[in-house]
Design a protein around this ligand. Structure first.
Ligand code: GAL
Length: 809
């Protein structure tokens, strides 16, 4: 076993770096105590200067090496430092690294003092450097700064296992094999014994092999195969069965072991679509940036994993693209655990630099594949710089490198230029055709320019075509959702398309030359706090209702809110069979999903197009009821209900004559009831039905008034004593008396925390759009964190329990 210890607590930090810092004095005067993941600057939510986090800083850590590590080789492993760093131990430069997204190790043995305190100093340069991807031109995202992922200290023996490369050559065979490539370092030639054990998800031994090896000096890959594996469960998106592979090496009196997770699965893109374990699967998902308000990239495991649960469980997506860089291992762990498929790509954005830059990029590609090779969730390596021009020579190299390291996984590379050179296995294309009309994606041949069908995956759509803030007007929010629905619908219906990943999951901080001028790009289906816009329900509503019913009315029901006034029509994003609408306690009608408009969606949205009480309808013949419903539908989809055209009069006169009414009286009835104009208040109850059964209910309406603020943590219990601190999101909502958000509220939150927790961000903020969130982290003690929130009108509080967990080994 590598002896490994987490090195995430008790760091010291100061912004700025002077040459004397390289001396590594033990003094921490002028430093602030911090834990990792750490951001070099807590930022405001928006409107900050880009120079705020672009500086060189100094991190310091005092280290004592355990006595029993004497004689071993000692390494530091950094999981991610933005953007480049130099590492000094006891005044000696022991290593340096460039590139913020992939891990690196640095041997520190030559500079160590065994029985004394060692002073580690990391000079972190978080300025944008043209020579390091993604930089060199403009980039539509921020990279923030600091040692923003975990750090480890470990001791290695003279003969040791370095890495496992796991493959199952034929996952669909009844009897399977597991090929283990084992990278072993031996400082001297020796005999060794390697034991590989395969453990099932239920912790039962599923296979074992022992082999004697003649180890030669240096690092080499030794191949060992477990054969005759029976009863192996496949990894798929519904049942992501994860096996564990344990490798143990005994050599030269040394013992070393590694533990890796593995999933048996076959993932193939073909010109007919994507197939997982031989079964076609339409890939539906979103792009993700790994950033949060205030702390940038620096979030611990639970928060990283929460994004997966949002995408997989809340939205029902089956794929994510890690735009535009390798993301946190915790995020990817959760993808493996939850069955969320991944396209992972190298850092970059439209720009390809010189030869040195390209070498950098190739190194990042290598490091990415090395880190994530064994992950069943990763089904595609993105080996082009996002949306770059063709570069035959460079992309031959990236493809060659990916294929030589990982012949079993296909390559893609995101482009926006049609007919650009296809050197990859999958044509991954950003298709922004959808701009509100019926056209959604270009035909495959127009995109590829090839005379044969190829595997095609849309890697982005929407985004800048329709930026939408969560606190925008309801019609914009609705159209935003409709555009996402159109994309899903098109994707489901197109046989030549493996799937579509839209832009994007979460709003994100960006440079001044992108976004809305406040350093936020409002392209997410969630805001930066992961609070949903209606578009999030475009995805959620496609889930099987067995996993939970979804019924989100995309409206405030407020007559004066829309241009031209009126509340009709509005859409309900739902996976129910139909929605029964009541107005002011009287039944209106049952409204059904828009199947004609969205023939390929599992659950098209429901359009509510009138509010005429059912009992008033009974005054008409059955035939006229149908005609009237059709008339109302046509009018609301064409324009607001307030205006009546001459051709409408023809229909209304006929209807009036047949029902023996005065046409004026009939028109007034329609205004009052169907459009709700005559009512003092339109208060609606919506009941979602599955078959005959009412399964969910919502109340919205004009009789709203402020009722309360609420605060709720994503998880009631978090842990201290892990490899690093834990954190959890708390969401504060301003709700009306019907339980709906109050988007125009002036409510705010002033947060006061008692107990073993600390805020990651400001303690006072507005409830913009009626909702906001914050994150609370552990501080080392156990107990109850009491969070009290004071608003303008209302107060609330919630609690989070902190328990102790054994430190990760
Ligand atoms: C794409 C780009 C993304 C993002 C998006 C906005 O062109 O790849 O990073 O900028 O546009 O819609």
């Amino acid at each position: 076993m590598h002896q490994k210890s987490a090195l995430n607590y008790e760091w010291y930090f100061k912004p700025g770096f002077v040459p004397e810092d390289r001396v590594c004095s033990p003094s921490t005067c002028g430093f602030e105590a911090v834990d990792l993941p750490h951001t070099n600057r807590m930022l405001p939510l928006n409107y900050f200067s880009e120079s705020a986090y672009q500086f060189v800083s100094c991190y310091k850590r005092l280290i004592t090496i355990p006595g029993d590590w004497k004689g071993k080789t000692i390494f530091l492993e950094f999981e991610g430092v933005m953007l480049s760093c130099r590492v000094y131990l006891n005044g000696r430069l022991v290593g340096a690294h460039e590139g913020g997204y992939t891990p690196f190790t640095i041997e520190i043995t030559p500079a160590l003092r065994w029985r004394e305190e060692n002073v580690l100093v990391v000079e972190v340069d978080s300025r944008e450097q043209d020579g390091i991807p993604p930089f060199g031109k403009v980039v539509d995202y921020l990279t923030y700064g600091g040692i923003y992922r975990e750090v480890w200290l470990y001791a290695a023996d003279s003969a040791r296992l370095e890495r496992l490369w796991l493959d199952c050559p034929d996952p669909l065979a009844k009897t399977k094999e597991l090929c283990c490539g084992c990278d072993i370092t031996a400082e001297e030639a020796c005999r060794g014994e390697l034991e590989i054990t395969l453990w099932s998800p239920e912790h039962k031994m599923a296979g074992k092999i022992q082999e004697k090896l003649d180890l030669t000096p240096g690092t080499k890959r030794y191949r060992v195969t477990l054969t005759g594996l029976e009863g192996i469960s496949l990894w798929d998106i519904e049942n992501p069965h994860l096996y564990r592979v344990e490798a143990a090496l005994c050599a030269d009196g040394c013992e070393s072991s590694l533990d890796e997770r593995f999933g048996f699965r076959l993932a193939r893109f073909t010109e007919k679509g994507f197939f997982l374990n031989g079964r076609e699967l339409k890939l539906i998902g979103l792009n993700r940036h790994q950033s949060w308000p205030y702390v940038g990239y620096a979030m611990p495991e639970r928060v990283q994993k929460k994004d997966v649960s949002i995408l997989r469980d809340e939205l029902g997506c089956n794929m994510v693209r890690t735009s535009h860089y390798p993301q946190s291992r915790h995020f990817l762990d959760a993808c493996d655990e939850s069955g969320l498929l991944v396209m992972e790509e190298i850092p970059g954005w439209q720009h390809i630099g010189d030869e040195e830059w390209k070498k950098h990029s190739l190194k990042e590609l290598e490091a990415m594949i090395q880190r994530d090779y064994n992950r069943p969730s990763v089904i595609l390596w993105g080996v082009r710089i996002n949306e770059s021009q063709d570069d035959h020579e460079f992309y031959e190299r990236t493809n060659k490198l990916a294929r030589s390291m990982d012949p079993g996984r296909q390559t893609g590379g995101t482009r926006y230029i049609r007919r650009s050179e296809f050197l990859e296995d999958v044509y991954t294309y950003n298709d922004f055709t959808q701009s509100g009309g019926k056209e959604v994606f270009a035909p495959q041949q127009d995109v590829t320019g090839l005379d044969k069908g190829v595997p095609l995956l849309v890697t982005e759509s929407n985004g800048h075509m329709f930026p939408t803030k969560r606190f925008d007007q309801e019609l914009r929010l609705t159209e935003h959702a409709m555009r996402h629905l159109r994309v899903i619908n098109e994707c489901m219906g197109r046989e030549d398309l493996a799937g579509s990943l839209s832009w994007c999951a979460f709003d994100y901080n960006t440079h001044a030359c992108f976004g809305s001028g406040d350093k936020i790009c409002y392209h997410g289906v969630f805001d930066m706090f992961r609070n949903p816009k209606y578009a999030a329900y475009a995805y959620a509503s496609q889930k099987d209702p067995k996993t939970g019913t979804v019924m989100e009315p995309a409206t405030l029901i407020s007559r004066g809110e829309r241009d031209g006034s009126g509340t009709m029509p509005f859409y309900i994003l739902t996976n129910c069979d139909f929605v029964r609408v009541y107005k002011n306690n009287k039944k209106v009608a049952d409204f059904y999903p828009l199947r004609e408009e969205f023939p390929y969606l599992k659950h098209p949205p429901v359009m509510v197009f009138h509010l005429m009480e059912e009992e008033l309808m009974w005054a008409f013949s059955c035939e006229d009821q149908e005609l009237l419903t059709g008339f109302l539908k046509k009018r609301v989809t064409k324009k607001t209900q307030a205006a009546i055209d001459p051709e409408d009069m023809e229909f209304l006169s006929g209807l009036a004559a047949r029902s023996r009414r005065d046409v004026k009286e009939l028109t007034a009835l329609l205004f009052r009831s169907a459009s709700g104009w005559g009512e003092k208040e339109n208060n609606l109850v919506l009941e979602g039905y599955l078959g005959e059964q009412a399964v969910c209910k919502a109340e919205i309406g004009e009789g709203k008034c402020g009722a309360r603020i609420t605060a709720e943590a994503d998880d009631p219990v978090i842990y201290t004593g892990k490899a690093t601190y834990d954190a959890v999101r708390v969401t504060v909502k301003a709700l009306d008396n019907m339980g709906a958000l109050m988007p125009f509220t002036q409510e705010c939150a002033e947060v006061c925390i008692e107990g073993p927790g600390a805020l990651l961000g400001p303690s006072r903020f507005p409830l913009t759009g009626g909702i906001s969130s914050f994150w609370v982290r552990t501080t080392g003690e156990t107990g109850i964190i009491v969070i009290r929130i004071k608003g303008v009108e209302f107060r609330t509080e919630c609690e989070i329990e902190v328990r102790r967990m054994e430190a990760a080994k």
